[in-house]
Write a protein that binds this ligand. Structure first.
Ligand code: MLT
Length: 212
């Protein structure tokens, strides 16, 4: 077992040459939760899935929040760098390429923060039920040539689609090409998310193969 700074799960997959997914769970989840979805979205791809280090009443998360939807932005920044450093170390340890993030809820929010603050750490992102993680993230132009898929739920009270639209604008300002889709449901995931994510990833294959 490789010594890395996050408890995590790694599966090399049957197609180890394909673009890896960095799997990031929601509040109260762990490194096992979204592995089945990751396998549906990117069959055979290497999967790297860390467990968030912050505990909220015993529930793992990737950064602290002060209330529902109100984030401790100092902690968001520190945890974002910690996660980006882990990605780098895990890439070396396992010999994998820069991953595409596949995050849900709190995991989508830390993925968005990594894209904004450490754009080199990710090749792109699939952000499910995401919201703006940092109110005043400086729009560095570091996401040129990278793409993100954001999927919101039309009746999601936790991560409203209007908030995800603001995140879309922030990522676009930093140079990313963002596809923001809105499904009929709420905060929960559905087969529609898996289908959209898989199609989007297949559409990105050529661009991702050309990236570092
Ligand atoms: C967050 O705290 O990141 C969002 O409110 C989503 C959640 O984890 O409930």
């Amino acid at each position: 077992m490789t010594e890395l700074s996050f408890v995590h799960r790694f599966e090399r997959g049957a197609r180890p040459e394909s673009r890896p997914l960095l799997i990031l769970h929601g509040t109260g989840g762990d490194e096992h939760d979204l592995m089945p979805l990751g396998k549906m979205v990117a069959p055979g791809a290497p999967l790297l899935s860390p467990r968030g280090k912050v505990l909220e009443h015993g529930m793992p998360r990737f950064f602290r929040r002060l209330a529902e939807g109100v984030f401790d932005e100092e902690d968001v920044r520190a945890r974002t760098h910690e996660l980006a450093d882990f990605i780098e170390a895990a890439r070396k340890a396992y010999g994998i390429a820069v991953p595409v993030a596949f995050g849900y809820s709190n995991g989508a929010n830390i993925a968005a923060a990594v894209m904004l603050l450490r754009p080199e750490a990710l090749a792109g992102g699939i952000l499910l039920r995401a919201m703006v993680p940092l109110a005043k993230a400086q729009a560095a132009a570091g996401l040129g040539g990278k793409a993100a898929l954001i999927i919101s739920g039309a009746r999601d009270p936790i991560a409203p689609a209007a908030n995800a639209a603001r995140l879309t604008a922030m990522l676009e300002q930093a140079g990313a090409e963002v596809d923001h889709r809105i499904l009929a449901g709420g905060h929960e995931l559905s087969q529609g998310d898996v289908n959209l994510a898989r199609e989007w990833l297949q559409g990105q294959e050529a661009a991702l193969a050309a990236a570092s």
